[in-house]
Design a protein around this ligand. Sequence first.
Ligand code: F0G
Length: 337
Amino acid sequence: MSLIERWRERLPVTARTPIITLGEGNTPLVRADRVAKAANLPPGSVFLKIEGMNPTGSFKDRGMTLAISKAVEARARGVLCASTGNTSASAAAYAARAGLRCIVFLPRGKVAAGKLAQAVMHGAEIIEVAGNFDQALVLANEAAKTRGFALVNSSNPFRIEGQKTAAFEILEQLGRAPDNHFIPVGNAGNITAYWKGYQEGGAKPRMFGWQAAGAAPLVSGRPVANPTTLATAIRIGRPVSWNGAIAARDESGGAIGKVTDAEILAACRFLGRAEGIFCEPASAASVAGLIKLGKNGRAPRGVTVCVLTGNGLKDPGIAARFAPKIRRVKAGGRIKL
Ligand code: F0G
């Protein structure tokens, strides 16, 4: 069932809204006892929401199915967005399915290979910006004034509405509200949407957002002019949903913290090796944050859900950083295990 059909009564759709779907949502929530142990927490206290299992490999598909459906309903000619990669991949796929033009503004040299491949294969019109995401977004916002085009960044309220369904799913899958929700934060649409979804579902977990240390405006309280991190998905210095993130933090009694690239990479590798889950680096920021708190004995008590926002195959280049040991053998040769 499509995400829109599943949650129809909680979404801004009518019988006249065409549903553009790729079968998004309904992603696994898996128990992660090794992560719990690494965070000094008891077995059964940590769960991972694997959003990389969505059709285009990231959480963006939840909001995109609604944003594109509403664009079709409004008879848009096309859609556009700025993106660090995943939004553009998702927009390109759903626009292709809807038969809409899709124009994406991407920061040059800072989009992971898999994401760029998706934009190409789904036929998006790619505009490379000599600048960072924040600067690309300025261009996209300007271009969105063109008649007939809809902006499908998370400033589009339909993106947040579709995205909030992830919180509904977690409540259903756990059979209760989590005590804590850990999530990577870039442009801050996702944390805003989860908080909305939890509240609509009558839940109030503490919201813990995690930024990369070189791109942590919500931690310092000031925009960052030149954000840097190898987690390119969250290489953002001026989050659009700034207020939403702060509200989620303060209303829930949570926190927004930062993790270094080394901590992100370590968590990414740990998830791959100890839990069998390959997520992209930005996604691992949530788990990196939990492990960091846990090492100091400060991981919050109770049940914690960490969101893994994107699939590891999006950014295969990351594996090279782990200097893989590969042995060579001739065909017909022998090898000792
Ligand atoms: N994780 C991944 C894999 C992402 O792609 C993003 C954002 C985030 C986390 C942060 O989510 O922006 O809602 O706080 N990617 C956007 C993009 C910016 O263009 O694909 P957020």
